[in-house]
Design a protein around this ligand. Structure first.
Ligand code: C2E
Ligand code: MG
Length: 668
């Protein structure tokens, strides 16, 4: 037996260290993602980091072997070489798994031992793959032990630094130092292990005079392929990660539909100039109410279900976007606009179909606004704004319908916005006015009270009618503060004219459904009575049938305590709703005001019959009846003859400002 003296190629030794460093750096970086992800993605990162580290150790070893020259030809056993790579991959996987989450000191030691065992096993199994009939290897026990210790200690230091970095620093320098330590573990173990090894040849005839490169060509090829694969694997992992990030950034997490970013991207990348595209802006009609009453979790499930329904409906799922809470956008290409209309009608019908969520059967409707590319602009902003405006119109026209954008809408919306802005300012400077219209008793030829009617004059747009500004005030919530002012002003004015005339004229104030919904009616009214000192029996609150139908219970709860104080309740526009007889016995009314439509058409036999029924009904229920909108002497005569003596209308007096009330009363 002859001992063989080996030598090293310094450049390749350096290369082996570089490979160990590069793969450790990449593997540690990849394994860091195990902590920050979950589910199968987590396992994916673990697998990739284990593969990169394991293959890295293996590659380093064989590059190290390529750097090592012996004065005889050496063959490698393919089976053992393969086993060695499996050992290093498995050990790396386990080590990264242990340090994946909640790392304790024990786990860190366990992980280092696993990593070291992988490095050591890989090395010595790799070495044994060189053994042949003519060559054998023996090991120096001390150096062998030192090689194992180096692997364990350097792995520990590396993993410790790495865990520390994950917790606190997360910077490249720390990761590099950690990777250097891992490279020290791998290469240190390898080269000390090589020092521990003695190579023996059984027959000197196989020895050559000069040292030769031991690595056979196929080993060189395999190592090169593995290195290329490693680089590719890390690139692929990073590419995949970026793709995932991109997908996450462009996907709505609740519905899985494309989100607002994706929509922006869509408009950036789609040339709209030469295409016929319809932009559909969809908004659910009752979503806020559902969210408030059934809870946000329920609302989320509804949005998910709705998203799924829209996705199924759309011709191309990439063209459905969730762009806000309950707002969706759908883009469709078309040849003829009729196609769009048919599609939208089908869509609305589909949205209306009931959902079954947590055993609740739920029916929701949607409002859709449509804009067309080129016709309404060719940029995202112009098309979205147009579709949004049209959607707004669909909502204001009663919901559960669609509207195609037209320029008139924009003008109306801008007027609406001007009025809203103006009213907000008017609220601050108290720039509203109250007009009063007398309620007249034909039996005594004297007024019994006045109805307060709000007036608003916009600084630029001029006088705005209540029929225009009240709905805007209701929609924007301005009505609550507005009503507070009206109630207070009306009570103060009532006190004033009664003082002047030593009389007890009643003041009636119109209420808004929004005031009831805000739950502030009771407080606001009490405050107005306190501030003005008005006797509560001289205040009358007018509510409509619509309010009773929509929130009768709330109205009752808030009005009943006021009625106990003596405040009167009046049913306004009686007969204009759908269930007018049914609504009378829901609350205790002192007055009913017949809608002016009946007075205007009193000559029609049907209206006359209904008027007569109303009059006898009010008499038998002992409720005061007031006819609204009296404009002619004929109307007065008919009403008086039929038994209705109280009335209000232009024939008697048009609504007048407060300063005219007193002179008017004095003239009577
Ligand atoms: P309303 O409560 O039915 O008020 C009666 C409306 O009929 C008033 O219109 C009044 O000017 C008008 N009117 C009175 N006599 C005649 C007549 O002989 N012929 C005709 N054609 N109309 C007559 P106005 O002032 O434009 O108010 C419209 C509506 O705005 C009111 O209807 C009321 O619902 C609402 N409104 C007015 N002021 C307030 C307010 O302070 N708060 C609330 N919530 N709503 C108000
Ligand atoms: Mg009224």
């Amino acid at each position: 037996m002859v001992v063989l003296l080996g030598s090293y190629n310094g450049w390749i030794v350096a290369l082996s260290f570089a490979i160990a460093f590069f793969t450790s750096y990449q593997a540690l970086g990849l394994s860091k993602k195990v902590t920050s992800t979950s589910g199968f993605i987590n396992w994916g990162w673990l697998l990739v980091s284990g593969l990169v580290m394991g293959c890295g150790i293996w590659t380093m070893h064989f590059v190290g072997m390529i750097a090592f020259h012996l004065p005889m030809k050496v063959e490698y056993n393919f089976f053992k070489s393969s086993i060695s790579v499996i050992a290093s991959i498995l050990a790396s996987l386990l080590a990264f798994y242990v340090t994946g989450t909640k790392v304790s000191h024990v786990k860190l030691i366990l992980s280092s031992l696993l990593m070291a065992s992988g490095i050591v096993t890989m090395h010595y199994v790799g070495m044994s793959s060189m053994k042949t009939d003519i060559m054998t290897i023996s090991y120096d026990p001390i150096l062998w032990t030192i090689s194992v210790l180096i692997a364990a200690v350097a792995s520990y230091v590396s993993l410790r630094l790495f865990v520390e970095m994950k917790r606190n620093y997360n910077n490249i320098l720390m990761k590099s130092v950690s990777a250097i330590m891992m490279a020290v573990a791998v290469t240190g173990m390898h080269y000390v292990g090589m020092e521990a090894s003695s190579f023996w040849c059984i027959d000197p005839q196989f020895i050559t005079s000069t040292s030769i490169e031991n690595a056979p060509t196929n080993l060189l090829i395999i190592v090169s392929v593995v290195i290329v694969l490693l680089v590719l694997l890390t690139w692929l992992a990073q590419f995949w990660e970026q793709a995932m990030f991109r997908k996450m950034a462009y996907t709505d997490s609740l519905t899985g539909l494309s989100n607002r970013h994706a929509m922006n991207e869509f408009f950036r990348n789609t040339p709209l100039q030469h295409r016929r595209m319809a932009i559909l802006f969809i908004d659910l009609d009752q979503f806020k109410y559902i969210n408030d009453t059934l809870g946000h979790d329920f609302g989320d499930v509804l949005i998910q279900n709705m998203g799924e329904r829209l996705r199924k409906n759309s011709l191309d799922k990439n063209f459905v976007f969730r762009i806000g809470g309950d707002e969706f956008m759908l883009v469709i290409t078309y040849v003829d606009k009729n196609e769009v209309i048919t599609f939208v009608e089908g869509l609305l019908a589909d949205i209306r179909k009931p959902f079954l969520i947590n055993n609740h059967r739920l029916e929701v409707t949607g409002s859709i606004g449509i804009s067309y590319s080129n016709e309404h602009g060719d940029t995202k902003d112009s098309l979205l704004k147009a579709a949004d405006t049209a959607m707004y119109y669909a909502k204001n026209s009663g919901k559960n319908q669609f509207r195609e954008y037209n320029d008139d809408m924009a003008m109306k919306i801008s007027r609406r916005m001007d009025i809203e802005k103006g009213m907000r300012e008017a609220l601050i400077h108290k720039n509203f006015e109250l007009n009063y219209q007398p309620k007249w008793n034909t039996a005594t030829n004297r007024p019994i009270g006045f109805e307060a009617l709000l007036r608003y004059t916009h600084p630029q747009l001029g006088v705005i009618t209540p029929n225009e500004f009240i709905p805007i005030a209701e929609e924007t919530g301005i009505i609550v503060a507005m009503s507070e002012w009206v109630l207070e002003r009306a009570c103060l004015d009532c006190v004033e004219w009664n003082k002047e005339n030593r009389a007890e004229y009643v003041v009636s104030v119109n209420l808004s459904i929004k005031l009831i919904e805000s739950n502030m009616l009771h407080g606001i009214t009490k405050r107005a009575l306190e501030i003005s000192g008005l006797n509560p029996t001289l205040l009358e609150l007018e509510i409509t049938e619509q309010m009773i139908m929509n929130c009768g219970e709330d109205v009752n709860q808030q009005i009943a305590p006021l009625q106990l104080l003596g405040v009167n309740l009046s049913m306004d526009n009686f007969g204009s709703g759908y269930s007018f007889l049914g609504s009378i016995d829901q609350l205790s009314f002192q007055t009913i005001k017949i809608d002016k439509e009946y007075i205007e058409n009193f000559e029609l036999p049907t209206k006359r019959a209904i008027l007569n029924t109303m009059i006898s009904l009010a008499n038998s229920l002992n409720i005061q009846l007031i006819a609204e909108g009296v404009e002619t002497k004929k109307q007065i005569d008919f009403l008086t003859e039929a038994g209705c003596h109280l009335m209000q209308g232009y024939y008697i007096k048009k609504p007048m400002p407060f300063h005219e009330v007193d002179p008017w009363l004095k003239e009577l």
